[in-house]
Design a protein around this ligand. Structure first.
Ligand code: ATP
Ligand code: MG
Length: 259
């Protein structure tokens, strides 16, 4: 485990589930329906990765690729105010200066270009802390918006692009010993299939299908039952080379995701 440091998620319960946090050197995916808190987790991760090592952080900055429109900067600022300002006051730059947000992604091609620029972005980053976390929120969104009924050729191109994109991300994770977190949605039309897969213990089939599944090292499934403050939320490890299947409950509060 020492060769693959972990980046704390800023919550002991979530960190326990992941044996210390997001693993460097591999691709972790979080899958779940809209509103479960995938974006909240990303925001929290890009702040907690900045924490000093004695607090479980990597003293690193992050690149946050946001494909769903206006990035949640306001919420990020709120999280800084509510949870990390004091924790990070060890002479470092303001937390927001250590998060590079790229949100100009409208098509699979844009995402492909963006991912291919990552090696140079990471090398040439003007952020003072080295980049130790790369997040894409989300991949499903980009591919879904192309067309509802892709042709066979389009599907083949997409699959090939996904494989190549995953290879670039994995190479970056290895080279810079950084954590990659990719957000994906569960395909609504797949709900029946998912229930079957879950009850058989094989996991869920996210929007991008099985081809993408093979590109991911660790998959975490986020789910919610109930609404509002009564909602009960669960994170579940579906597969991972270094973690046993396990689950924990979590809540979303103004100060962030808590166990
Ligand atoms: P999508 O797939 O649509 O992007 P998501 O999984 O990214 O969804 P999030 O945006 O991370 O979902 O989570 C939204 C939920 O987070 C809201 O439903 C709300 O319950 C909770 N939330 C967001 N901001 C706050 C806040 N300031 N205080 C408390 N809860 C909040
Ligand atoms: Mg989101």
């Amino acid at each position: 485990e020492r060769a693959f440091p972990r980046a704390t998620l800023g919550c002991p319960v979530l960190d326990d589930l992941l044996h210390g946090g997001l693993p460097c050197g591999s691709i972790t995916e979080i899958v779940g329906e809209s509103g479960v808190g995938k974006t909240q987790l990303c925001l929290q991760a890009c702040l907690s990765v900045q924490l000093p090592r004695e607090r479980g952080g990597l003293e690193g900055s992050s690149v946050y690729i946001y494909t769903e429109g206006d990035p949640p900067v306001k919420r990020l600022c709120e999280l800084v105010e509510r949870r990390v300002r004091r924790q990070l006051s060890h002479g470092s730059l303001p937390p927001l200066d250590n998060v590079l947000i790229d949100c100009d992604i409208a098509s699979p091609k844009d995402l492909w270009v963006c991912i291919n620029q990552l090696p140079n972005v990471i090398k040439g980053s003007s952020m003072r802390m080295p980049v130790r976390l790369v997040m894409i929120d989300s991949v499903a969104n980009v591919f879904r918006d192309v067309s509802d009924r892709p042709t066979v050729t389009e599907l083949k191109e997409r699959t090939s692009m996904m494989f190549r994109a995953a290879a670039v991300l994995k190479e970056l994770a290895d080279r810079h010993n950084l954590a990659v977190l990719v957000v994906n949605q569960v395909a609504d039309t797949m709900q029946g299939v998912n229930e079957e897969l879950q009850s058989s213990g094989r996991g869920v089939l996210p929007s991008l299908g099985l081809a993408w599944s093979n590109c991911v090292n660790t998959r975490i499934f986020a789910s919610r039952t109930g609404q509002g403050l009564d909602a009960s939320r669960k994170l579940q490890i579906l597969f991972s080379p270094h973690l046993p299947p396990a689950a924990c409950e979590y809540q979303i509060r103004p100060e962030g995701v808590v166990g």
